[in-house]
Design a protein around this ligand. Structure first.
Ligand SMILES: Cc1ncc(COP(=O)(O)O)c(C=O)c1O
Length: 366
């Protein structure tokens, strides 16, 4: 039996015709840059997140870059974030001329609010909490610290579309918030895509210009911008997929519930707190003998992933930031024990039963 980690082909089997029709319409209209499909996506997405504005961007990475640009964060500014994220969280800070300052995480894999204060200096401009695996960071204390210290909050919600914290959707807490719509994300384009959300009209207007070469209208510009537009065809596709999003999240949560019940006596499960609604971009366990377990599952045809085996602060690219092995103990501990199991929305019940059975078998044999 084979259980792949990714279920994209299955997802597209069921909605292929709808997508082809939407793409066909864009080609018939031959309106390929911005336009009604992008506007419709932005309306759909802002409503979904419960914010005033959304702006379609070409990727989650550019969403982070433009978010910081829109807040005038730049050369020499420090931005506090978590070291156990996808590289983009930190590389976007470098891209705007800033300095990433890492703060270790808690066992829930998200930034530890208690450690943030000590990382603040006179150069700190913002905090970027990452909602890793589809679980919200602990936003209440983060927002309080930001307010007390006059800092911006930019949510990196790339992995967490639809996740909730105290009944409120992620992407609605920070000054500007960023999403990835990469093919491997829960709401996914058929290529690259991203979005930013905000409640602030001034920031929104700036973001609209920043993503489109700085153009204010067809001929005038008041600031230098980028070509970071969400592609029109991708927007048309995303408008189709948005209709399915809540059902996909429900299925992922169903998989998580199943795994939690089956595995809680064998591994550390990602248990949800009462005020959280996790969307399980990845269902990530913390496991003893992780590498042996992973090999055992691979030998039995089960594909798993580690997000991320090398924390950002220990990457060669980050060498000049001056972190060493041991500087982020929880992040480094997690890197050695986490394992993401197949849990996408198109996973068959027999697949997850097989995964759970093999994990139990591995530990029972020990
Ligand atoms: C936490 C996080 N931030 C940022 C990004 C960057 O998004 P993109 O790949 O769309 O540029 C990703 C994507 O993997 C991510 O997981």
């Amino acid at each position: 039996m084979k259980v792949p980690f990714i279920g994209l082909k299955k997802q597209h089997e069921t909605i292929k015709q709808e997508i082809l029709d939407a793409v066909g319409k864009v080609i018939d209209d031959s309106y390929f840059i911005l336009g009604e499909d992008v506007k419709e996506f932005e309306n759909n997405f802002s409503k979904y997140c419960g914010v005033n504005y959304a702006v379609g961007i070409n990727s989650g990475t550019d969403a982070l870059i433009l978010a910081m640009k829109s807040l005038n964060i730049g050369k020499g500014d420090e931005v506090i974030t978590a070291p156990n994220s996808f590289l983009s969280t930190a590389s976007s800070i470098i891209a705007i001329g800033g300095k990433p300052v890492f703060v270790d995480v808690r066992e829930d894999m998200n930034i530890n609010p208690r450690l943030i204060k000590d990382a603040i200096t006179e150069n700190t401009k913002a905090i970027i909490p990452v909602h890793l695996t589809g679980r919200s960071a602990d936003m209440k204390p983060i927002l309080e610290i930001a307010k007390d210290n006059n800092l911006y909050v930019i949510e990196d919600a790339a992995q967490a579309v639809g996740a909730e914290y105290h009944g409120k959707k992620v992407g609605s807490f920070g000054h500007v918030n960023c999403f990835s719509l990469h093919p491997l994300k829960i709401l996914n384009a058929c290529g690259d895509g991203g979005a930013v959300t905000t409640d602030n009209q001034e920031i929104y207007t700036k973001l609209i210009q920043l993503r489109n070469i700085g153009l204010k209208n067809r001929d005038e510009s008041e600031l230098w911008g980028y070509n970071s537009r969400l592609d029109t065809m991708q927007a048309a596709i995303l408008n189709i997929k948005m209709k399915y999003l809540d059902n996909w999240i429900k299925k992922r949560r169903g998989n998580a519930k199943y795994y939690n019940e089956e595995l809680e006596n064998y591994v550390k499960i990602p248990a949800e707190k009462p005020f959280e609604k996790c969307v399980y971009q990845t269902y990530t366990i913390q496991a003893e003998n992780r590498d042996d377990l992973r090999q055992y599952l691979a030998d039995n045809g089960i594909d798993t992933k580690i997000h991320y085996p090398i924390p950002i602060h220990l990457q060669k690219a980050a060498e000049k930031l001056g972190y060493k092995k041991g500087s982020m103990p929880m992040t480094e501990h997690l890197a050695n024990s986490i394992l993401a199991l197949p849990s996408h929305q198109d996973l068959d019940p027999e697949d997850r039963e097989y995964v759970a059975e093999k994990i139990k078998e591995f530990y029972d044999k020990k």
